[in-house]
Design a protein around this ligand. Structure first.
Ligand code: ZN
Length: 397
């Protein structure tokens, strides 16, 4: 089995439809170009039937994106499909992504359709899409709460109809990793024509296991993961792209998979999204949070400055951050302070350093974090200290 994992980014669709993350066309175009630079294989650009704006945006994205596939989402209704197909008119690599719910609860209360009717709708939708594009993805919405036997039937039928990717969403973020892994295994072994399609997963993070579920799915045969930058998305969000990719990169020793993502574009992508939406990333967010590479405890700082591998499992440079951030706080030691002062151009002897250290810990008690400008003003207030040497003013970042 091929070990390449297709990264399907849905920041512009699932991410964008969550409260507070709506973007206008220009903003979506900027982000789409950044996603292409990031190296994602598929950009889900929108849900064209939702509005004329969404339709136009998918069309415009299709015009500018050259390397990534551009996907348009649609339900299985004819009018949805027509809009999706039309929106992809200019895309170099168009993908139609059609979906219908397959769980008993959704079929009964939302669709009011029987299993047979749902299966028939799915097959007709895929057949229609296949007449217009080669690349067709079918999603069984709420798959993790669907009867696996029915999933096998419907996936077998849509592959027969031409689907090249079958998606198994944990729409409501309900599955546990081992359970979800088992479902993927059951499908991989039970669908007779699975060799003609790629298994995809789409995990929500309601219980905080979106990435863990995606990794378990990969172990059990999934080769496409749907995810978003900064993990944004409906409710608690989707599996986070940066966490998934860096897990694969960092633990390659036990997970021998590849992706096309240029990890150095991870941080710039995260920052661009935050800047466009005005929604910052939580400071302790894995990989891209502002504290993800910050070390405040003195013993950690000492270790990291001597050798980053003491407390860092991946380097900040590998995700596009230029420098790890040493925060001077009350838990910092003299060693980190000395390094920080050197960066700022101050070279102190031990005695002076002790004096400054006492002053800094006082400020840290009041302010929690001592920033560069605090250090500079502390230094300027200290008498008999050596002057700053501007030539060595390297920025700490
Ligand atoms: Zn979703």
């Amino acid at each position: 089995m091929d070990n390449h994992i297709t990264i399907f980014d849905t920041t512009l669709r699932d991410g964008e439809q969550s409260p507070g993350y709506s973007m206008n066309q220009q903003e979506k175009l900027r982000l789409a170009l950044q996603l292409e630079k990031l190296g994602v294989d598929v950009i889900e650009a929108g849900f064209p039937i939702a509005s004329d704006g969404d339709f136009e945006t998918v069309r415009e994205i299709g015009k500018v994106i050259k390397n990534s596939s551009v996907a348009a989402l649609c339900r299985t209704r004819k009018i949805d499909l027509e809009r999706a197909v039309a929106s992809l008119e200019f895309a170099k690599k168009p993908r139609v992504h059609t979906f219908i719910a397959t769980s008993d609860i959704h079929m009964k209360y939302k669709l009011q359709k029987s299993r047979e009717e749902v299966l028939e709708s799915a097959v007709q939708a895929v057949e229609y899409a296949k007449k217009h594009v080669d690349d067709v993805e079918f999603s069984a919405e709420d798959a993790s709460r669907s009867d696996p036997e029915f999933l096998i039937d419907i996936f077998t039928a849509v592959i027969e109809a031409g689907a090249t990717t079958i998606n198994v969403p944990d729409t409501v973020g309900y599955a546990m990793p081992w359970e979800y892994g088992q479902l993927i295994k059951t499908l991989n072994e039970g669908i007779p024509n699975i060799d003609k399609a790629t298994i995809s997963v789409h995990c929500h993070n309601d219980l905080g296991v979106g990435v863990a579920n995606s990794l378990m799915a990969i172990r059990n045969g999934a080769r496409q993961v749907e995810c978003t930058v900064n993990g944004i998305g409906e409710r608690a969000g989707n599996a986070s792209l940066e966490e998934l990719v860096m897990a694969l990169v960092t633990r390659k020793n036990i997970m021998d998979y590849t992706t096309s993502v240029n990890t150095k574009e991870i941080f710039p992508s995260s920052q661009l999204l935050a800047q466009i939406t005005g929604k910052g990333v939580q400071p302790n967010k894995a990989v891209v949070g502002e504290n993800a590479f910050a070390h405040e405890a003195g013993i950690h700082q000492h270790g990291v400055l001597k050798n980053p591998l003491t407390y860092e499992i991946m380097t900040p440079e590998s995700v596009g951050l230029t420098c790890n951030k040493i925060v001077i706080g009350k838990h910092s030691g003299r060693f980190a302070l000395c390094k920080k002062l050197e960066e700022l151009g101050y070279h102190l002897n031990k005695e002076d350093l002790n004096q400054v250290y006492l002053k800094v810990t006082k400020v840290a008690d009041e302010k929690k974090v001592v920033e560069e400008h605090d250090l500079i003003s502390i230094m300027s207030m200290m008498n008999d200290m050596p002057a700053r040497q501007p030539q060595s003013m390297a920025s700490g970042g």
